[in-house]
Ligand binder design. Structure first.
Ligand code: 3UK
Length: 511
């Protein structure tokens, strides 16, 4: 793609704020009680960059921890760090001290900018790490740090980084074990805007973006910061993206483009009154497989066809997707423009359409782990092996099966956990569920479901039988869960994904 030919010298923060000159008074960021125009975002991030360089002694290439919920100030700091030549390391707002400490030492972090609401965790982390030298706190509307910044010059000579200098280190959410740090370049930040956002999402300048995932999850960074600013749109930032909050904020800001996870769409759709969502026109679902039932439910309730897309921290953002016209239930979509994708067997040979195998992708952005040992597992012969099992159809659609480690082999049958979950979710008594293969002498593994019941449903043996019969009716009978256990909650990552490995007997710490 011609748009992916970036100049050798490129600072993503400067590029993303280019439209500030053209539309200085247009709101770039809105949040509860705050409106930041394009000019303000540009000027404040320049002033903050002065503080980073002059007060905090930031040198190009230093790694800066950015910690807090999505707020205008967090966004301004993100731009300031890149303008000053630093590398952004965003962390999930709810991380505890010991989890932050791991990130700080793995990424050799020297500086931190933290929302005061999460400062305790940063201070706890400092006690066990020694690389961190400078910490500044800020309030969501700026606080002292912004007061200080306001006294600095309004312009800043942004560091002329190379297009392939590292701009950010993103940590995976640990769906299968320990979080891993992934490095991405300045050009990668623009590349995701100029591929997925440009060709699949196709939002416009008048759009108001909103979403639940924090910037620390690259899904959220893209949909709530990079995509809207790249096209000069407005983004509404929410600190807590739970479905009720998100619904309230959509109505408050008149949001038109919403991004969140499948479970969240399911919960939004079950609200008694959906009139607050009427401004929405485009909705992106990512993070986990989108059950066909959720796609259908959302379309029935809102008239909107979800844009499903599979992305990964390793790939920065979405690489297989389909717009509203091309969407096909049960399929994630096709390789997006600029990306090549195929399905490989265990020896790395391409499989013909119709056969399940390992998804492999290649494009402008790829995996670069901080630690080298994992690199050769994810990247093989130049292909990124995402750890997902897919079937490629004859006409180029990728049909999701499961995370490769969530394929269950029972009595010689291959069963994809998400398919069984999808069937269970169609039963009204099921609010949430997770399916795993538990070791079994007879069958090797036995399909086992952990079910969270919807309000007004009580656990009973009778209900177990009913659910089993229900699944047998919905999908091939051999896939039904022979074991069912009721739980009040399921183990999840900070990004809200199921941690199925926690439900298996010994938690593995691999990949
Ligand atoms: C799974 C999906 C089926 C899949 C992400 C959009 O989720 C993101 O990144 P993570 O590193 O996890 C990656 C893994 O999550 N997955 C994500 N989306 C889908 N599975 N259908 C989907 N639509 O196993 C993948 O390998 O946390 C998503 C943008 C940026 C991201 N980082």
């Amino acid at each position: 793609l011609p748009e992916l030919q970036y100049p050798e010298r490129l600072n993503a923060a400067v590029e993303l704020l280019r439209l500030a000159a053209e539309q200085p008074d247009k709101p770039a960021l809105v949040a509860d009680g705050q409106v930041w125009t394009y000019r303000e975002l540009d000027v404040r991030s320049n002033q903050l960059a002065h503080i980073l360089r002059d007060e905090m002694d930031l040198k190009p290439g230093n790694r800066v921890l950015l910690h807090g919920p999505n707020t205008p100030m967090l966004a301004a700091c993100w731009f300031a760090i890149l303008k000053a030549g630093g590398i952004v390391v965003s962390t999930m707002p709810l991380l505890r001290g010991h989890e932050l400490a791991k990130v700080i030492s793995k990424a050799s972090i020297s500086h931190a900018l933290s929302d005061v609401t999460c400062r305790t965790a940063v201070h706890d982390a400092m006690e066990t790490t020694n690389s961190l030298r400078h910490i500044y706190g800020f309030k969501k509307d700026g606080g002292m740090l912004l007061e200080m910044a306001r006294t600095r010059p309004e312009s800043f000579d942004a560091v002329q980084t190379a297009a392939d200098d590292v701009a950010l280190i993103a940590f995976t959410s640990g769906t299968t074990g320990q979080p891993k740090g992934c490095m991405h370049f300045h050009r990668d930040i623009l590349a995701i805007c100029d591929t997925f956002a440009k060709y699949i999402l196709k939002a416009e300048r008048d759009d108001v973006f909103i979403g639940s995932p924090p910037f620390a999850f690259t899904f959220g960074l893209g949909v709530s910061l990079l995509f809207p600013l790249r096209i000069g749109a407005t983004t509404a930032l929410v600190e807590n993206g739970s479905p009720p909050n998100l619904a309230q904020a959509i109505a408050q800001f008149g949001a038109t483009v919403c991004s969140t996870a499948p479970t969240s769409y399911r919960m939004l759709a079950s609200m008694p009154d959906l009139s607050g969502l009427k401004t929405l026109r485009k909705c992106v679902s990512a993070g986990e497989a989108l059950p066909a039932a959720t796609r259908q439910l959302w379309r029935e309730k809102t008239g909107i066809e979800l844009i499903d897309g599979i992305g990964a921290t390793e790939m920065l953002h979405i690489f297989i997707s389909a717009d509203e016209q091309e969407a096909r239930p049960g399929c994630t979509g096709k390789a997006i423009p600029g990306i090549r994708a195929c399905v490989l067997d265990d020896d790395g040979q391409p499989l013909p359409p119709g056969q399940a195998g390992r998804l492999a992708v290649k494009g402008p952005v790829g995996c670069r782990y901080l630690d080298d040992e994992r690199q050769s597992v994810y990247v093989q012969n130049g292909w990124n092996i995402t750890g997902d099992t897919y079937v490629l159809t004859g006409d180029g659609y990728f049909e999701y099966q499961a995370r490769s480690d969530d394929m269950i082999v029972s009595s010689g049958y291959n069963i994809a956990a998400p398919e069984v979950e999808g069937a269970l979710l169609r039963h009204p008594a099921v609010a949430e569920c997770a399916v795993v293969g538990l070791p079994d002498d007879l069958r090797g593994q036995v399909v086992s479901a952990f079910v969270v019941l919807a309000p007004n449903h009580q656990p009973s043996d009778l209900l177990k039988k009913e659910l089993q019969a229900f699944v047998k009716d919905e999908i091939a009978p051999y896939k039904y869960p022979r074991r069912i256990e009721f739980r009040s909650a399921l183990p999840k990552t900070a990004t809200g994904k199921l941690q199925r490995f926690q439900l298996r007997p010994q938690a593995e710490s691999s990949s």
